[in-house]
Design a protein around this ligand. Structure first.
Ligand code: CMC
Length: 442
């Protein structure tokens, strides 16, 4: 049988090394024995943006980007989206197995008893400017929660980890809904635990003067499916931030705030907001060919297309494309869907997109659905953050328990100045071209 190892010959020294291959990977630290002399640090691998570096072993989410496969704990995303609900999926992600009825009911109860927040959190949120971006509010408020729960610092205590997990999953819809109400100048609505997780969220968002708010069941289910699809996605930018900040043993609220910050960016959770703005800018189906030409020329990106991992149709986008029409039955069609479909049709026939394996990702259709449901674009990344909280916490707990993990600390390749002697200000030579000498990028 072939050996599970890699033989490396260092052509600088002629020395040969054998490095073990485990799970299709070599340990980067094994390269350190390859030295070009006794004072050499040892060979490193250089991988900006971690495009080919596994930072952990994980049992939570499996993605085969070439085939367009996504599974949580072994269950295909399509089956979960069809049969499960978000809270059950969150249990699966956090605990590793689907719950039986008794455990589901306990889990649901344990989450719902944490939907309320301290009144000072309400005051804290009221302090934001009237036009504050709700994602910025969520980010700041989740960070602030760490000061309300100092017990969260006990990250090695199982009961504490469980409690913070329930608190965060329970409180996220409340904070998200209040951030929305704040931007609308509307009074904050307290949770109603008689409703489902997403039904209660809709109530805290949209309830006006009704004494008995009843969410539309189609929209409630659509939101639940959107939450299932966004619950986890292995080592993406925000999960990496969660793990990285958590690796310093910061409490989970601080680590979740860091994850929210990462999700805020337009290349990650902000992409669905960017998709809708892009579709609005394009304005009409007849302008699509011209827009595609511009994307190909590098004038902006076709937002909602392309993915670091998926080199095929994102399976979540497939589910959402179908679901959009079910939502439109209730809300009326969003005219942006026509532009999106035409963009997809043209892009998927165009060699630029085909050769680079750029397909619609989850954000391509989610924004159109959110908009039809009445959400302003600023709320889109917030709607991503709520369900992703279960994924972040599960990934964080996996990291905390992993004996191989340490504080995250990448190496660098230093390419700056060698040793220089400090000179007094009046003796410093004036560079011929100061613009070239100093860093003008910041
Ligand atoms: N439109 C036009 N060209 C693109 C796009 C796009 N959306 N995405 C990638 N490319 C091109 C890129 O210019 C490059 O071309 P070339 O090889 O000629 O230089 C090539 O495709 C590879 O792109 P890359 O930037 O090296 O790929 P990446 O893996 O670093 O980036 C991505 C992945 C998602 C950041 C990128 O595809 C992108 O910016 N997409 C638009 C933003 C978006 O939809 N983000 C949501 C991601 S899914 C949700 C989530 O996980 O957060």
């Amino acid at each position: 049988m072939a050996k599970e190892s890699l033989t490396i010959i260092d052509n600088r020294t002629g020395k040969q090394y054998e490095i073990a291959i485990e799970n299709g990977a070599i340990r980067a630290a094994d390269l350190r024995q390859i030295k070009n002399g006794s004072d050499d640090f040892g060979l490193m691998s250089y991988d900006p943006a971690f495009t080919n570096t596994a930072s952990c072993k994980s049992r939570i989410t499996f993605i085969d980007g070439e085939k367009g496969i996504l599974r949580y704990r072994g269950y295909p995303i399509e089956e979960l989206a069809e049969h499960s609900n978000y809270l059950e999926t969150a249990y699966l992600i956090v605990k590793g197995e689907l719950p039986d009825r008794k455990h589901f009911e306990m889990w649901e109860h344990n989450i719902k008893v944490h939907t309320m927040v301290h009144e000072n959190i309400k005051k804290f949120m009221e302090g934001f400017r009237y036009d504050a971006h709700p994602m910025g509010m969520l980010l700041g408020t989740v960070g602030a929660l760490s000061t309300f729960y100092p017990d969260a610092a006990n990250i090695h205590d199982l009961e504490s980890r469980r409690l913070q997990t329930r608190r965060l999953i329970g409180k996220m819809p409340t904070l998200a809904a209040w951030a929305y109400r704040h931007t609308r100048g509307l009074p904050y609505i307290y949770p109603n635990n008689e409703l489902s997780y997403t039904g209660n969220f809709l109530s805290m968002l949209f309830r006006m003067t009704e004494s008995n708010y009843k969410p539309n069941p189609v929209l409630e289910r659509a939101l639940d499916v959107l939450f299932i699809l966004h619950a986890d996605h292995e080592q993406n930018c925000s999960t990496n931030a969660m793990r990285s900040v958590g690796s310093s043993q910061a409490d989970p609220y601080s680590a979740t705030a860091a994850a929210i910050a990462a999700l805020y960016g337009p290349l990650h959770g902000g992409a669905n907001e960017a998709v809708v703005r892009m579709l609005e800018r394009i304005g009409s189906v007849k302008n699509v060919p011209e827009a595609v030409k511009k994307f190909k020329a590098g004038e902006g990106r076709l937002m909602g297309f392309g993915h670091r991992v998926y080199k095929n149709y994102d399976p979540r986008a497939k589910i959402l494309k179908k679901m959009a029409y079910e939502v439109f039955e209730v809300t009326g069609a969003n005219p942006l869907i026509e532009i999106a479909q035409e963009l997809e049709r043209i892009a998927l026939q165009d060699d630029y997109f085909v050769s680079r394996k750029l397909y619609p990702n989850v954000d391509f259709y989610s924004g159109i659905i959110y908009q039809a449901m009445g959400f302003p674009t600023e709320m889109f990344p917030v709607l991503f953050a709520i369900p992703r909280t279960s994924g972040w916490l599960s990934q964080w707990a996996e990291m905390v328990r992993d004996p191989e993990q340490k504080i995250a600390r990448p190496r660098q390749i230093f390419v700056g100045e060698k040793l220089r002697a400090w000179t007094p200000i009046e003796k410093r030579p004036v560079p011929v071209n100061r613009e070239d000498a100093v860093d003008t990028s910041i």
